[in-house]
Design a protein around this ligand. Structure first.
Ligand code: GDP
Ligand code: CA
Length: 331
């Protein structure tokens, strides 16, 4: 069975670990979000690709969900001693090596997809990991910064409206101000990376893990051609809700959902994807009352436990998603 999964970072990576357990013989292709990518200290950092690679390759910091296990931060400390930031983005020493290798290969002319494949040679994630695009796409967030946090001369109380990099919004500001708009800069001109459309066309099942619907899966779908290929693939497309009990399980997805006018509920996220894209949707058992509304939108829906508390629980979620896909196929 050929499974294609669109993935962000933590939610995508943890789900993939369960999927590999649930379908050990499946051929899994992961299309990774690169809208979170950022250049720091002259290095290209791809947080979501690395989270998937480290999680499936056994190198992730388990408690944190991102970054390397057994990490140290000497380079960061030395940079800070020179007054070189940003101090808000935690790059550890082990992690730095990945970004150095990546940047070196990119500078030598290799596309990001080839670089990712080379990095995965070491990590052996057990899936084929492809960035959504080899072209640069960077998610920006339009915000109005309070006067104290902006360069404006202050006093007016109106703040300054500006677009900041998604990482600055997410990591530095912790989404503490409303996101007024989310813009995947460069997406319109980006082309799907080699292998992306081919994998979608060859898939037996396409899964949306409980990744962020706006800045993870939404960004992947913003690359022209990907959404269309998925809608036209003619195979079941099944998603799992990252929203449980009307709140994100982890993180601040509600803030970016608000920016696109979607309420933070399992049903609203399904409607946001829409029946043109999604055939099936899993909500958590606490959201069982959402099933009717999702089905009314033309999307087959089941309520099952959706907390990825451990690999086994996550494998059961993946099993449910595959079962729902078969149900859709048989319908
Ligand atoms: P990021 O790029 O690291 O933010 O990760 P993703 O976009 O892949 O996933 C983030 C989403 O995962 C968040 O919106 C969370 O609500 C969701 N999430 C995290 N853990 C769980 C879980 O155990 N169950 C469910 N259903 N969603 C989860
Ligand atoms: Ca991310």
């Amino acid at each position: 069975m050929r499974i294609v999964v669109l993935a962000g970072g933590i939610g995508g990576a943890r789900f993939l670990r369960g999927l590999k357990l649930a379908a050990p013989d499946a051929d899994i292709t992961v299309i990774g979000n690169t809208g979170d990518d950022i250049h720091l200290f002259g290095l290209k950092v791809c947080p979501d690709l690395d989270t998937v690679m480290y999680t499936l390759g056994g190198g992730i910091n388990e408690e944190q969900g991102w970054g390397r296990a057994e990490e140290t931060f000497h380079v960061k400390e030395e940079l800070a001693a020179y007054g070189v930031g940003p101090e808000w983005f935690g790059l550890g020493d082990r992690d730095f090596a990945t970004h150095i290798v990546r940047t070196q290969m990119l500078n030598a002319g290799f596309p990001l997809s080839a670089v990712t494949e080379a990095l995965c040679d070491r990590w052996q994630p057990g899936v084929r990991l492809i960035p959504m695009s080899d072209d640069r796409v960077e998610t920006h967030v339009a915000v109005t910064l309070p006067d104290s946090d902006s360069d404006s001369d202050g006093g007016s109380g109106s703040g300054e409206r500006k677009a900041i990099h998604f990482q600055e919004y997410w990591v530095r500001l912790r989404a503490s101000v409303p996101a007024e708009a989310i813009v995947p800069v460069g997406a319109e001109q980006a082309k799907p990376a080699p292998g992306v459309l081919e994998a979608v066309a060859a898939a037996d099942v396409i899964l949306f893990p409980p990744s962020n619907p706006v800045v993870s899966i939404g960004t992947i779908l913003a690359v022209p051609g990907i959404r269309e290929a998925i809608a036209d693939a003619g195979v079941p497309v099944v998603g799992l809700s990252p929203i449980v009990g009307d709140a994100p399980v982890r993180g601040m997805a509600d803030k970016v959902l608000a920016a696109v006018g979607v309420e933070a509920t399992a049903a609203a996220v399904a409607e946001h994807y829409g029946s043109g894209l999604l055939d099936g949707w899993l909500v958590d058992t606490v959201d069982a009352d959402a099933v009717e509304r999702v089905e009314a939108a033309g999307i087959r829906c089941r309520a099952v436990p959706l907390m990825m508390t451990d690999a086994e629980a996550t494998a059961r979620m993946a099993q449910e998603a595959l079962a729902l896909a078969e149900e859709v196929r048989g319908a």
